[in-house]
Design a protein around this ligand. Structure first.
Ligand code: XMP
Ligand code: MG
Length: 181
């Protein structure tokens, strides 16, 4: 794997595609085991999670459904500031076992702001599966139940994640090369 430049920034290889695929097999096996007979509904948060969601879902062997949502933020009336709502969520979530699929949990703000809306719909359970987390950057009380990789607090791209629109199609994960940028 070679270093790459996207827009104005340099990135170096961080995770090979084989390592990513091997970890996804492990996550799928874990979810299979935990959700036997529960017919979970995966909710993949667009855009970033679409590749992770597709690869993970291919390896789920129990009965399961998947749907795709976009999150939009608007100014809320509460002191917590912005509220995040789901666009494209047509399923009835009542009594369903929900597994949210995210590309990355950085500060945790996005999911922290979105969870109340999800809870309002009275699902039986909510768990979070994320391809990446940045433990050092976390600022909100969000814990993922299934984590692909914990990574340092640096910008990454590839495998669905973009830098200003580019890089989502890379099958590997790249990390910002601060020395070269
Ligand atoms: P929070 O801070 O709300 O952030 O947990 C989650 C969202 O921010 C984006 N994000 C990134 N996108 N490389 C990216 O391409 C990164 O290193 C990165 N960190 C955060 C992402 O859209 C995620 O859903
Ligand atoms: Mg992005």
């Amino acid at each position: 794997m070679k270093n790459i430049t996207v827009h104005d920034k340099a990135f170096k290889p961080y995770l090979q595609k084989e390592a990513i695929q091997a970890r996804i097999l492990e996550l799928a096996a874990e979810i299979d085991k935990d959700y036997q007979d529960k017919q979970p509904l995966f909710l993949a948060i667009l855009n970033g999670s679409f590749i992770f969601a597709a690869d993970l879902f291919k390896h789920i062997t129990i009965e399961a459904e998947i749907s795709f949502i976009k999150l939009a933020s608007y100014k809320g009336t509460s002191s917590s500031g912005n509220v995040i709502t789901a666009i494209g969520l047509e399923e009835n979530l009542r009594d369903r076992h929900i597994i949210l699929l995210e590309d990355i949990i950085d500060t945790g703000k996005t999911l922290h702001s979105f969870l109340p809306e999800l809870i309002q719909r009275q699902p039986a359970s909510i768990k979070i599966a994320t391809f990446l987390t940045k433990p050092e950057a976390l600022q909100y009380p969000i814990t993922a139940d299934y984590v692909g990789f914990n990574i340092p607090d640096k910008f990454v791209l590839g495998y669905g994640l973009d830098y200003d629109g580019l890089g989502r199609n890379l099958p590997e994960l790249f990390i910002l090369d601060e020395v070269a940028s």
